[in-house]
Design a binder for this molecule. Structure first.
Ligand code: CDP
Length: 211
């Protein structure tokens, strides 16, 4: 069983996808971490995220097991990730890994939960359940601001909102695999939902679908 969770920056996809994976005993893949991993590799070497040749090389050489989970969570890496994610060769280079993870989840898990931008549309168009998780830009910026602040970031809430909106624009307007709900996705607006309520709604959708 494959559960696809897509949506814009800081909509609560990761928290929800992780909770669903734990609930069902499925494997979880944060596909944004792959794009962040590519971006981080470039920034570490002092290269511009817009350098297409370097970005492709970094994507081809990416070892998902070696991605630093803390270093990739900065606003700078998130922004750079959405720049490399516009490049079709970069997307193509990490597509097979994502599809293989979904088809053959690690540790013998009976299913997989993948979160990202194009899971329901491109990576796993045949996913059993597709959730499109969203929230207002202000709510998303507030959540991301608190997350970054806890990690020591000096960015103001207004700066984080501007960053989130710039990233949304880049993600929805790109030609290849733009952020958009799959036609058969279930929409879940978490603007006014606690984590627990959003999780409960997602489980209801999944159980209704499974009959
Ligand atoms: O956690 P957050 O929602 O801020 O972003 P993320 O899921 O870590 O993704 C970082 C960036 O990677 C996004 O802004 C997208 O540009 C890109 N991405 C993508 O293009 N396709 C995916 N399946 C996942 C992420």
């Amino acid at each position: 069983m494959i559960i696809a969770v897509d949506g814009p920056a800081a909509a609560g996809k990761g928290t929800l996808a992780r909770a669903l994976a734990a609930h069902y005993g499925f494997a979880y893949l944060d596909t944004g971490s792959l794009y962040r991993g590519v971006a981080h590799a470039l920034l570490k070497d002092g290269l511009a995220p817009g350098d297409a040749d370097a970005a492709l090389k970094a994507a081809e050489n990416l070892d998902p097991g070696l991605i630093d989970p803390v270093a990739i969570r900065t606003a700078e890496v998130g922004d750079a990730a959405s720049i490399v994610a516009v490049m079709p060769p970069v997307r193509a280079a990490i597509l097979a890994f994502q599809r293989h993870f979904a088809a053959f989840p690690p540790d013998g898990a009976k299913g997989a939960v993948l979160d990202g931008r194009d899971i329901g549309t491109i990576v796993c168009p045949d996913a059993d359940i597709k959730l499109y998780v969203t929230a207002s830009p202000e709510v998303r910026a507030k959540r991301r601001f608190l997350e970054l602040q806890a990690a020591g970031s000096p960015l103001s809430e207004a700066e984080v909102l501007a960053d989130v909106m710039a990233r949304d624009k880049r993600d929805t307007e790109r030609a290849t695999s733009p952020l958009k709900p799959a036609e058969d996705a279930h929409l879940l607006d978490t603007s006014n939902l606690s984590i627990e309520t959003a999780f409960g709604s997602a489980v209801d959708i999944i159980e209704t679908h499974r009959g």
